[in-house]
Ligand binder design. Structure first.
Ligand code: GLN
Length: 290
């Protein structure tokens, strides 16, 4: 086959290949891949549609397109993913930021506002590439931001993102709240833990095949880490402080029940734009129960 001659014709060719591979947004992804291969943004691609493409550019975009057609996530191919107002670096070592997690960020921003505390201390557990904590710190530069992850590679990614965005976050390696000193207290604790059941067929589809299993799946039908965080976070919250959790669409009731049993108050669940229960928040009562 003759090599496509211009940016426009190459774009068409890419779109057809992606469409044939069953990609949902072939036009958008074709532009993103061509933009990455040529170093041009969408406006430039449109303005320069008739420009000739070099053999090197054509080869580069062909390689990217092949990876995408083989199912590799766009976020891994581009090495970046937009989340909130940020453009985050991502790697196969961490969970790819997802739009539904912006719901948790929205709720956390509202909770922080209502605290009316100077420089509240906010902790994100299992931060991955820093998704939640960097969004919060960008929104509220006055918070003291902390985050942990069990994975060293994930922390490196979070560190790189924090440095690139010029946001200060205290990071440390640890399994949920385990590495914390018993006296460490926070106004807000956020967490998007792994919550998919290990036998859920979704794990064998789409982007999930390429993400760390440890960031996706948890024992006890996906509830093990949620329960662990619920049970241990209370001791590290200030009275009146809030815990915000992301969970599976069918886990809202189990999460609410566990929070109640652990002694939290003000428990409420927020639905995502797909109308699924997705984020539950709860507060530590000002006076612990009897
Ligand atoms: N929401 C993600 C999904 O279902 C899972 C993320 C997670 O386990 N925290 O694809």
């Amino acid at each position: 086959m003759e090599a496509p001659a211009t940016l426009d014709s190459l774009l068409r060719d890419l779109r057809i290949r992606l469409q044939d591979a069953g990609i949902e947004n072939p036009g958008l992804e074709a532009r993103m891949l061509l933009g990455t291969a040529t170093g041009q943004d969408t406006a430039q691609l449109i303005a320069h549609g008739n420009d000739a493409v070099t053999a090197e550019q054509a080869a580069r975009v062909d390689a990217l397109c092949q990876r995408r057609c083989a199912g590799e996530p766009m976020a891994h191919i581009l090495g970046r993913r937009s989340f909130w107002t940020l453009d985050l670096r991502v790697s196969p070592a961490c969970l790819i930021p997802r739009p539904e997690t912006e719901l948790l960020v929205e709720q956390a921003v509202a909770v922080i506002k209502d605290l009316a505390t100077d420089a509240p201390r906010v902790l994100d557990l299992g931060t991955g590439p820093g998704t939640i904590i960097l969004a919060l710190k960008s929104e509220r530069p006055d918070i003291h931001a902390f985050a942990s992850d069990r994975s060293h590679e994930a922390l490196q990614q979070a560190q790189a993102n924090a440095a690139e965005l010029g946001l200060r976050v205290g990071l440390w390696q640890g399994d949920w709240l385990e590495a914390l000193a018993p006296a460490a207290h926070f106004h807000v604790i956020t967490c998007n833990p792994p919550y998919i059941a290990p036998d859920d067929p979704h794990l064998t589809r789409g982007d999930l095949r390429f993400e760390p299993r440890s960031a996706l799946a948890a024992a006890a039908h996906g509830l093990a880490d949620l329960y662990r965080v619920i049970d241990t976070a209370l001791a590290h919250l200030n009275p009146g402080g809030w815990l915000l959790l992301e969970h599976g669409f069918d886990q809202g009731e189990a999460v609410r029940r566990r929070l109640e049993a652990a002694g939290y108050h003000g428990i409420r669940t927020i639905r995502d734009p797909a109308d699924h229960e997705r984020t539950t928040l709860a507060t530590k009562p000002a006076r612990p129960r009897g």
